[in-house]
Design a binder for this molecule. Structure first.
Ligand code: 2IT
Length: 447
């Protein structure tokens, strides 16, 4: 390993020894920058690695709210404003009991490179709270969102920091957050994306992460003179991202055979198509966070409690749920079952050991920051429409999204060819994302 990279990684590990997820993300990115750091001395001269691994600003705050029984509850709110070199901080808000500062730092760090890959003028950030949406009434969620905004509003804005949804933050939560911001600042502004379609949201934004991942898969298959037609896909999760994948995959002649939830996974031998895709939305809207209901409705399906879908025979695996959801044993299972390709759609969905197994077995692997960038890219397109006070039609947004995903794919390939190994999408994405941010940081001086 390059000595500068080694030095920075050692110092970061020492300084933030308890931040496991952040250290995992930082290690993966820095380790893939060996050649470019060796060949381009200005990055060390300007101490870019120390600067790029340190968030520009972190805000943490108390979020007090009252549940329906009148009990007072307290959660923690965060916003990690990681890097604003390429544009306003941009990245989702996650409401989930697993949320910690380490987790949000890893997500904000990843987001910086992902957003750079999109080619749009957006910096990187992430935020959220350890609030658990599951089982809460609409009124409870509204009171929580309003309390969260009572602090967050002073740190965000259309030219400062533009959040969006993530796990636990969908259309309902974005509505409540938006309403409270408008009330507090007395301005109708595009300071958050994923808005309702009647009040500034973009068409295709709900579908965008899934659509983008499938467009990326198409490009990877094209490199092998192959297509999605007839392929079987195993997906984890059953939220917005998995739903978008199912819609686009079925349109292109592929078949999603599995989805999953915290309770287990569903295997549908006939494929999740047509009304079954719509049913995913109904399950999500029920607020129960389980997938077992699917088998009560569709007899072609079987439910496997407590299990993940990686033991199935499938052509392509798409983890779409949460970080580190696919481990070494899952990777061995997929390899044994002749899985041909893995598209990581969740952020850092695969453990480093799992990725190593895929690489050893020459299974093409797309990292989340490239494959799932369609979501934030379409958020960028929502910002453009808000600035212009215009609304593009579905086809226009979708065509732009597809074009962005093709460009990301090609930029990964080119960067890997130049500074790593041909076909290594991980280092390709890290290098291509890094180079733009790092060069712009140097151009903007020591700030
Ligand atoms: O992980 C992600 O890229 C997101 N949750 C979407 C972020 C955004 O600003 O649309």
């Amino acid at each position: 390993m390059n000595s500068y990279i080694k030095e920075v990684l050692e110092r970061t590990h020492k300084k933030y020894s308890w931040e496991h997820e952040f250290l995992q993300a930082a290690t993966e990115v820095l380790e893939s920058l060996n050649l470019i750091i060796e060949r381009v001395p200005k990055y060390k001269k300007h101490r870019i690695l120390e600067r790029i691994t340190e968030p520009e600003r972190i805000i943490t705050f108390r979020v007090p709210w009252q549940d329906d029984r009148g009990e007072i509850r307290v959660n923690t709110g965060y916003r990690v404003e990681f890097n604003s070199t390429l544009g306003p901080y941009k990245g989702g808000l996650r409401f989930h009991p697993s949320v910690t500062l380490s987790g949000l730092k890893f997500l904000g760090f990843e987001q910086t490179f992902k957003n750079s890959l999109t080619g749009l003028p957006i910096g990187g950030g992430k935020g959220g709270s350890d609030f658990n949406v599951t089982g809460r009434s609409d009124n409870e969620v509204m009171r929580f969102c309003q309390s969260f905004m009572n602090e967050l509003y002073r740190h965000v804005g259309p030219d400062t920091d533009v959040p969006a949804g993530d796990i636990g933050v969908g259309g309902r939560e974005i509505g409540y957050l938006f309403g409270q911001y408008k009330k507090l600042v007395n301005r109708f502004e595009g300071w958050i994306t994923g808005k309702g379609l009647n009040w500034g949201g973009s068409l295709i934004r709900p579908e965008a992460t899934g659509f983008g991942a499938i467009y990326f898969a198409e490009e990877m298959l094209k490199m092998k003179n192959d297509t999605l037609e007839g392929k079987t896909l195993a997906v984890s999760g059953f939220g917005n991202v998995a739903w978008g994948c199912a819609l686009k995959a079925s349109e292109l002649g592929a078949k999603i055979i599995a989805i999953s939830g915290p309770d287990g996974f569903v295997y549908d031998k006939d494929g999740i198509i047509g009304e079954k895709i719509d049913y995913m939305l109904k399950m999500r809207a029920s607020g129960k966070d389980i997938v077992e209901d699917y088998v009560k409705k569709f007899s072609s399906a079987e439910f496997f409690p407590g299990k993940r879908p990686w033991g199935l025979n499938c052509d392509i695996a798409l983890p779409c749920a949460i970080q580190n959801e696919l481990d070494e044993n899952d990777a061995k299972e997929l390899t044994k079952n002749q899985c041909k390709m893995v598209i990581e759609v969740s952020n850092m969905g695969c453990t480093p050991e799992a990725i190593q197994i895929f690489q050893q077995n020459n299974i093409p692997f797309a990292p989340g920051k490239a494959a799932n960038a369609g979501g934030v890219a379409t958020s960028g397109l929502e910002m453009s429409q808000n600035s212009m006070r215009l609304k593009w039609d579905k086809n226009e947004v979708d065509a732009k999204l597809k074009n962005i995903m093709i460009n990301i794919h090609n930029n990964c390939i080119e960067a890997a060819d130049e500074y790593s190994f041909t076909g290594d999408y991980i280092s390709g994405a890290n290098i291509a994302g890094f180079k733009k941010v790092a060069d712009a940081m140097i151009e903007q001086g020591l700030v």
